[in-house]
Unconditional design. Structure first.
Length: 135
């Protein structure tokens, strides 16, 4: 039985795999750009130059980058028997949705989706061990 825990946010995914009492740990970077949109040019004159911000371009690019990031994670966990996905913000839920849409076999192996705060590598390992601990 190969149990896998994935802590992820927009920057990186920490993957802990436990198989036959042996634990492996790997990190996947996301390469998702963080966009800091600055509107306006600082002029107060009516009719002065203005910056036009194309939000839809940024959002579409981020969506494509997230899709590639999720694909990278899915290829690493393809042979898992059970999955738990956890992390801050909504990235864990977006990953779960992506699995349900495009990786149905993997999505059936999800045992939990949890919200957690940021964690150190050792905290992530301990959290996954506790989650899969038989009662």
């Amino acid at each position: 039985m190969k149990n896998t825990g994935i802590w992820l946010d927009k920057d990186k995914a920490l993957i802990v795999t436990i198989e036959n009492e042996k634990e492996t740990f790997q990190t996947i970077s996301s390469n998702v750009e963080h966009h800091h949109i600055h509107g306006g040019s600082g002029t107060r004159l009516k009719g002065g130059p203005q910056d036009v911000v194309q939000d839809s371009k940024y959002l579409e690019r981020e969506k494509q980058q997230l899709r590639q990031y999720f694909k990278d994670i899915a290829t690493k966990i393809g042979d898992s028997s059970a999955l738990v996905i956890f992390g801050p913000a909504g990235t864990n839920e977006k990953f779960s949705d992506e699995l349900h849409k495009n990786y149905t076999l993997l999505s059936t192996k999800i045992k939990g989706i949890e919200k957690t705060d940021s964690m150190t590598d050792n905290q992530v390992k301990a959290w996954v061990r506790d989650f899969f601990q038989p009662n």
